[in-house]
Write a protein that binds this ligand. Structure first.
Ligand SMILES: [Zn+2]
Length: 369
């Protein structure tokens, strides 16, 4: 039997025991893992699981994903697992020699391994260690991160699990000595081998021309949902900051902060007679909303947004998108530590950021393939 396997599309099933029996009866004992994947791909009777597509990626070697896959199925042959199957073997963890070797211990709880996880996870601002290894992996699949971070998050976790297992086998079967300080270095090297090279994009901010005024807006959600704050900066063709604002908008989601920023910016421009206005945001939602004059906004913003749509009729308006790396002055105004209100000319930090932008200082954006 020949099967074409698309690992990315292969979904997983919780009926591993059943699959194994079928494959053994069919004579596919040697390559049962490969064939099981093929089987799983073509079998649509069982429910999909989220991590089924999360652990398989083209840029991650299959052997790394495989140990994760076995771990999620509780099919890693740790000593406690072997003992349940009737094998007699030493049951101590080879890293700390102070606890029984279980899946949860060796991959997560072990005092030799835990500091490595802590160091790795703090890179991603993840500090909750109340999980066991299974629930951590499920939480890792569900974690909402930017697309730039997501790839490194996934590669890092899968690589770390693979490296822990490889080291464990080296300690037991090749009498190697485990040094925790070397583990992270090994992970970094393995990480480098797996990670796709990022594409570097130079992001530039451009000033308005002639008598036009440009407003850059931004919003910062402090949670999802969480406290929402919005900011914006008005700049003329010489790079003079005509004014900037910061407002708190209660509780909401990320896209609502961006909406709030526009709802604040347009009346300010209108009241000051800046009718030739270039609006720039790092939110594609806002750019589309302004281009289409759509009324598809959350209900609590509908009244405010309708007023904005009326005001926009008085403007000669240009709308553009900029990556957030190039939206620095507005990003500063949307930071949590700003004081609410409208400030003409005042903020030195903003002026400094605008001067750098006016000098066509480029910002670097790393885009993962
Ligand atoms: Zn241990």
């Amino acid at each position: 039997m020949a099967c074409k396997i698309d690992i990315k599309e292969a979904f997983d099933t919780l009926r591993w025991d059943f699959l194994l029996k079928v494959l053994r009866v069919a004579g596919y004992v040697d390559n049962f893992v490969t064939v099981a994947l093929a089987f799983a791909q073509h079998c649509h009777r069982f429910p999909k699981v989220l991590w089924g597509s999360w652990i398989w990626e083209n840029y991650i070697p299959i052997k790394r994903s495989l140990i994760c896959w076995r771990l999620l199925h509780n099919r890693v042959p740790t000593f406690d697992h072997l003992r349940r199957q009737g094998f007699i073997a030493s049951s101590y963890c080879c890293f700390c020699f102070s606890a029984e070797e279980t899946v949860d211990h060796i991959f997560w709880q072990c005092s030799g391994i835990k500091p490595i996880w802590r160091e790795f996870l703090q890179w991603f601002n993840f500090q909750d260690f109340s999980y066991d290894i299974h629930s951590f992996l499920v939480a890792a699949c569900n974690r909402d991160t930017s697309s730039q971070v997501r790839t490194f998050w996934k590669i890092g976790i899968i690589t770390l699990i693979r490296v822990i297992w490889t080291l464990r086998n080296a300690c037991i079967f090749k009498d190697k000595v485990f040094y925790a300080k070397h583990l992270l270095q090994i992970v970094c090297v393995a990480f480098k081998e797996a990670a796709p090279p990022p594409v570097i994009i130079n992001v530039y901010w451009w000033p308005p021309v002639s008598h036009w005024i440009k407003v850059n807006t931004d919003g910062s959600p402090l949670g999802s949902p969480g406290k929402i704050v919005a900011g914006g900066v008005f700049i003329d063709k010489f790079g003079w900051v005509r004014g900037c604002f910061h407002y708190n908008g209660g509780t909401g989601f990320a896209f609502e902060t961006e909406l709030l920023a526009i709802i604040m910016a347009i009346p300010i421009a209108h009241s000051r007679g800046w009718f030739d206005l270039w609006v720039e945001s790092d939110s594609t939602y806002i750019v589309d909303l302004l281009h289409t004059r759509s009324t598809l906004v959350p209900w609590r913003f509908i009244a405010s947004w309708n007023k904005i749509l009326v005001l926009l009729q008085d403007f000669n308006i240009q709308i553009s998108h900029i990556y957030r790396e190039g939206n620095v002055p507005a990003d500063i105004m949307a930071s949590e530590n700003m004081t609410e209100g409208w400030w003409p000319h005042k903020v030195e930090e903003i002026k400094k950021a605008v001067r750098l932008d006016m000098a066509t200082n480029s910002h670097v954006r790393l885009k993962v393939k």
